[in-house]
Ligand binder design. Sequence first.
Ligand SMILES: [Zn+2]
Length: 352
Amino acid sequence: MTKLIYQNAFLYVAFLALSLIACGQKKENKTPQNQDSSTVTIFKTPDEWKKILNKDQFGVLRNKETEAPYTGKLLYNKEQGVYKCAGCGSELFTDEMKFDSHCGWPSFDKEIAGGKIKKVEDHSNGMNRTEIVCAKCGGHLGHLFDDGPTATGMRYCVNSLSLNFEKTEKVVQQQYDTITLGGGCYWCVEAIYEMLDGVKSVESGFSGGKVANPSYREVCMGTTGHAEVVQIVFDTKKTSLDEILKVFFTVHDPTTLNRQSADVGEQYRSVILYRNAAQQKTATDIINQLNKEKVYDQPVVTAVQPFKVFYKAEDDHQDYYNANKSNGYCKMVIQPKIEKFEKLFKDRLKKN
Ligand SMILES: [Zn+2]
């Protein structure tokens, strides 16, 4: 038992020592950079390199020296951005690939794909290591080890001096987003979204057809190709497309083709009209999920299509439910849906 502990302790110390040597060994080998013509596309003489690199960068990139551990300016950098070769600007790593290895040099668990980094066997200083080199300019970057702690198992141990970091500006999340949904009679759908916290505006109208500026009467005849839709503008800080669609799939029946209860016709079809790939993905993911978990007895028939144009319906069709609460249709059809929504989303109603 005691022996085993000593053995383990010895192995640990040996490992620590090795890993320090691994990166930290200052390379005395001054052979000129082997510029392999199969990948290198930037050729410069040492004097030309000296014009664009400072002395320390030149030492590392062109003479394969190693910066002292814990001295590199990028060691603790955690900003979002891209790490580029300090010699030629080739993009090698991103912030998402960087991890804290406690070895004293910036470490990455993978590289940007595309053969931008070349691996070269390195038997210098009595060690067998894999040197990593910028494929474009032949600049020495550091070494690659297979002792990484992440899923890739790799540790790219790179000199800060070999890299330039370019910060990416954070994409400011757009505060308002817009989605257009057809879930049968728009009076119902509009009334419900008016109540959801984070919804800025809801308009009833028509979309997905072939006639410009259709009237309600024309759409009702079922010949314009349009669906009754609502156009929802929502605050992405208060709600999300995910939630908007959860409401959508709660308050209408997405399994009946061109029909919601007694309302029959193409104009009552279930449809999500997306404006970008992210919206398309969110919609498709939810539908796949609903089908997979068999939330409905029948498969979801909701169409997911690119948005083209929205025609707002006549004024007397806007906010119809609130203006006509005593109307039979409102009482019979809309009110039960609203009650269902209020029950299921009671924490998400507008507070006024
Ligand atoms: Zn380079």
